[in-house]
Write a protein that binds this ligand. Structure first.
Ligand code: 5U1
Length: 672
């Protein structure tokens, strides 16, 4: 009886390990979640009947051990080295020169280039293929025992795959939190009124160093490995690249962006390529690491203090900096949302000089405990609007003022109201408020709405401040002579702008609906409304029940749509637009063909024949969904030039990929 249980348990563990590997390391799930759950349940049941058969490497042991009070100290068998940094192309060139001088080589050296993940370095110790201990880096010689926490990460193999692993293996890598997981975690923490994390690195560190590993188990952590140490060097291939491939074979996740480079010029090229890819990667990186590929050469080069002479990290521009909040002002948006904005002492961060940062809402100011005069940490990752992520409390000057919620709109002096259950405070002035009028015009002319070329936000500000436009309908009354009165607006630009405005008189219906700026009606909802109602009039007359028949329209959106069309000033503007000759193109209600409905596309890389927005609009018009991330459910990936990790992922998942030429042909075949 026990024998058959032992056999079944072993079989289940092998199968579950295989599924974990496919799911967490290869991103290629082999079975549906329900089947995986069934196997886990069966294993748990068997183990609870035979507790003497439970072993630490069983997949059931990932759930997180009971809390402990301390982390034991662990002495690393092989010290965990740190990396020297290069902050410029010159410093990297200097590193390469030092390497060649020491090796007495004139010819270019082969390196392995790999992203430097922004996480927490860990060391995993395997004996006879079983994970026996995991530790933080600590001071490089002694770290903390985090075995219970590490076990909860599914991309960490508890047992190695294959047979050719050495009896003793020390694997080094980075535990990190992917960007999406970080944002989700922070949203959940904020919703519960708990402290959020400043960045994914802090979130990874905070999650891993939990005394209660059950908390770690709930955090979206991953492991990516980048080096391996053994007792006997003959146990490993003689190149770093090949060692990494071994790690992959033993079941570890390695970085797909890793590549070989020969000579410093290729290293610099790899740096630029990765910097360009940085914002698209699903995890944060803070630089690129170059390692001499031949282990023999690594041994010849040796170390200086704790850093190897054979490796260097070339750092990317910092995404976080400190600066001072000089004032907090309130801006009023298109929908009346009153948003606090921090005016900052200008600071260079994420590659640009930043002097403003969004504070979102009053709750955020309270959460940060922000005062005017505070020193704060600013973060600008990718193209995201700069954020204040933390107040450096011990730098607060005496007499720093706290920030008060405005009672009245700073633009029109109407009352500011905050509805029960909403975090956003709003100006109650509606289109009486100058800020909302101005923003409504900006939205109407914007690229995704009526796309009026040449009507930039600056011109709208000028026209509005001069009283030349008050509503979107006034745009159609502007003449070349009116526009020529503006500074730096010549005859040609004025004529072009009048033409562009006139050219917006026949928009597609969905664009016109979107351009009206109804709360919570984005492009997708506007498309749904246009397809369903076919014309504006039936939409204007529809009650909330009729509106909710449209996909993705729930009671909240239906309420906003109804309210918008009920308001007399909105009806007047629509009438004025009609009087100005604006005529949207009608659609056959619900009869539009949706040849791609149910299909999901991911667009990646640079398209040369059209913008990504255009491609997205074309696909959506045919009923397809366009998503930002690749998964097993993706129908097609369209890969433009310099496509990166999304393409790699699509290939690894077996998702069909089209290049731009194929995509254009595909559109043509759909009759676009
Ligand atoms: N990608 C990568 N990150 N990283 C960090 N490789 C790498 N190597 C490191 C460190 C500290 O140390 C080597 C010297 C093993």
């Amino acid at each position: 009886m026990v024998d058959s249980a032992t056999q079944r348990i072993e079989q289940l563990r092998t199968d579950i390990d295989e599924h974990n590997y496919r799911y967490y390391v290869l991103d290629e799930p082999a079975v549906p979640d329900a089947e995986y759950d069934r196997l886990m349940r069966e294993l748990r049941d068997l183990e609870s009947k035979h507790p003497e058969l439970v072993t630490p490497d069983s997949p059931t042991q990932r759930v997180g051990a009971m809390p402990s009070n301390t982390f034991e100290e662990v002495t690393h068998r092989v010290p965990m080295l740190s990396l020297d940094n290069a902050f410029s192309a010159e410093e990297l060139t200097e590193f390469d020169r030092r390497v060649r001088d020491r090796l007495k080589r004139a010819e270019p050296v082969e390196y392995v280039a790999e992203p430097k993940l922004d996480g927490l370095a860990v060391s995993l110790h395997y004996e006879d293929g079983r994970l026996v201990r995991a530790a933080t880096r600590g001071d490089g010689y002694t770290g903390e025992d985090i075995t219970a926490n590490i076990r909860t990460i599914y991309s960490v193999p508890l047992r190695l795959r294959g047979k050719d692993y050495p009896a003793m293996l020390e694997v080094r890598g980075e535990v990190y939190m992917p960007k999406a997981g970080f944002e989700k975690l922070n949203r959940a923490l904020a919703d519960r009124g708990e402290k959020t994390f400043v960045n994914p690195r802090n979130a990874a560190a905070g999650s891993l160093r939990q005394k209660d590993a059950r908390v770690t188990a709930r955090r979206p952590l991953e492991l990516c490995t980048y080096s391996v140490a053994v007792d006997n060097e003959n146990d490993l291939p003689n190149r770093h690249w090949d060692c990494i491939q071994k790690l992959k074979g033993w079941g570890f996740r390695i970085n797909p962006e890793m590549r070989k480079t020969t000579g410093v010029d290729e290293c610099l090229e790899a740096y630029s390529d990765l910097l360009e890819l940085r914002n698209e990667l699903p995890y944060e990186i803070d630089g690129i690491v170059f390692k001499v590929n031949a282990l023999e050469l690594q041994r010849d080069l040796g170390f200086v203090s704790r850093a190897p002479r054979w490796a260097i990290a070339q750092k990317f521009p910092a995404q976080e900096e400190m600066t001072v909040v000089e004032a907090v002002e309130f801006q009023v948006g298109r929908t009346g949302a009153v948003t606090p904005v921090a005016r900052l002492k200008p600071v260079f961060v994420g590659g640009v000089t930043v002097s403003n940062a969004s504070l979102h809402n009053m709750d955020e100011i309270e959460r940060l405990d922000l005062h005017v005069g505070d020193t704060v940490i600013i973060r600008r990752a990718g193209d995201v609007i700069p954020q204040v992520v933390k107040v450096v409390a011990d730098k607060r000057p005496k007499g720093a003022q706290d920030v008060k919620r405005p009672e009245r709109c700073p633009v029109c002096d109407s009352e500011v109201v905050q509805l029960e259950g909403e975090v956003v405070a709003r100006c109650s002035g509606g289109l009486y408020c100058g800020a909302q009028q101005r923003e409504a015009i900006k939205h109407y002319g914007s690229r995704r709405a009526l796309d009026i070329e040449g009507l930039g936000e600056k011109w709208i500000d000028i026209l509005f401040d001069r009283g030349m436009i008050k509503t979107v309908a006034d745009l159609y009354t502007l003449t070349i002579d009116d526009l020529k009165t503006l500074d730096r607006m010549g005859e040609k630009s004025a004529s072009n702008l009048v033409d562009a405005i006139a050219g917006s008189r026949e928009p597609e219906l969905w664009r016109f609906i979107y351009a009206l700026g109804i709360r919570e009606v984005g492009e997708a909802t506007a498309k749904g409304l246009a397809a369903h109602f076919g014309d504006l009039q039936p939409l204007m007359e529809a009650d909330e029940d009729a509106l909710q028949v449209v996909p993705d329209v729930g009671p909240v959106v239906a309420g906003h749509v109804r309210l918008f069309f009920e308001q007399s000033h909105n009806q007047e503007i629509i009438q004025a637009l009609k009087n100005a000759g604006v005529r949207w193109k009608q659609e056959a209600p619900s009869a539009r063909s949706s040849p791609l409905s149910g299909k999901t596309f991911v667009l990646t890389g640079t398209l040369t024949e059209m913008t990504r927005d255009d491609a997205k609009a074309k696909l959506e018009a045919m009923g397809a969904k366009v998503s930002g991330s690749v998964s097993g459910k993706t129908s097609y990936v369209v890969a433009g030039e310099a496509a990166g990790s999304k393409l790699t992922k699509a290939e690894s998942l077996g998702v069909p990929v089209m290049d731009e030429v194929e995509f254009l042909r595909f559109l043509e075949a759909q009759g676009v």
